[in-house]
Every structure is written in structure tokens, then in C-alpha cells.
Ligand binder design. Sequence first.
Ligand code: IDP
Ligand code: MG
Length: 154
Amino acid sequence: MEQTLIIAKPDALQRGLVGEIISRLERKGLKLIGLKMATLDSMLLQAHYSEHIEKPFYADLEDFMKSSPVVLMAWEGYECVSSVRLIVGATNPRSADAGTIRGDFAMGNGRNLVHASDSKQSGKEEVSRFFKASELFQYDKSEYDHVYPPHERS
Ligand code: IDP
Ligand code: MG
């Protein structure tokens, strides 16, 4: 089953929006398979944001991501990566659609509350970058019988 990494960024913690973020993903029908708090360091951030290291906003991004703890989550669901990106909204929160997390709750460039993996492959890599196998949980979610047709449940 497809997995995606969600990070509730420091602005989500500071603004009391972690519950709102979790709630939106739960209500969508996704399965939470890992959850923890952490303070991220430069090495981990450079690995996670390697495609952005050369960009002009990288220094701000790294400082911001280290400015307070974050909440790391692994979520699972059939084709969940693209559906979660739709729930999260566009990178610049001022252009994100209303109804998305970023569109509803954020305004500043780079202060967009949430990280979400952007492909099936990055979902897999990012979940294993931030979670050990022992921190991920496999369980049956009875709700799946109502969320998916049979061929999308496993
Ligand atoms: P994403 O989070 O929507 O996948 P990316 O392009 O992968 O967006 O950028 C990673 C993060 O870097 C963004 O979420 C945002 O925090 C920050 N970022 C991206 N572009 C800018 C920018 O133009 N100015 C400031 N920060 C930016
Ligand atoms: Mg990205």
C-alpha cells in the first residue's frame, strides 16, 4: 500500500494546528501508521530537502524547520500520495485553494504548515528516512470496508 510522509512543521505546532492537520487526514479515510515528535537537525534536513539546497530560500527553510519541534507522521492508503497533496494545497499558501490546509490556514511563503511527499517513490524513501521499521504499525482498519471497493483495500 502507498505511504506518504507528513511533517507538521514548526508553524503548525506554534499555531496549534497539529490536531486540525491530523483530523483532516483521518477524516479522508487514510490510515495512520506512524507518529512521533522530533527536533530536526541540519544533516537530516539536508537529506530531506536535497533538491532545494542550492535554492535561495534554503537557509530560511533550514532555520525555520529547526526553530521548534515538528510532528512526523506516516500515513497509508491506496494512491494516498496524490490525494494528500490535494488536501495540503499549493506550496505558496497565498495561491493555495480554499479548502486545503495551506489555503485555509497559512499566508506566508515558506510558512505553509505541512510537508507532504510528492511521489510514490519519495513517500517510501521519506517514511524510511524518518521512521525505523519498529516505529511503523501494521493493523487492519475496519473502516476500509466502507472507504474502498474490495480491489483497493490491500
Ligand atoms: P512542497 O512543500 O509543496 O513540496 P517544495 O517546492 O518541495 O514545496 O519546497 C519545499 C519547501 O520549501 C516548501 O514547503 C516551503 O516551506 C519552502 N519553499 C519553497 N519555495 C519557497 C520560496 O519560494 N520561498 C520560501 N520558501 C519556499
Ligand atoms: Mg516538496
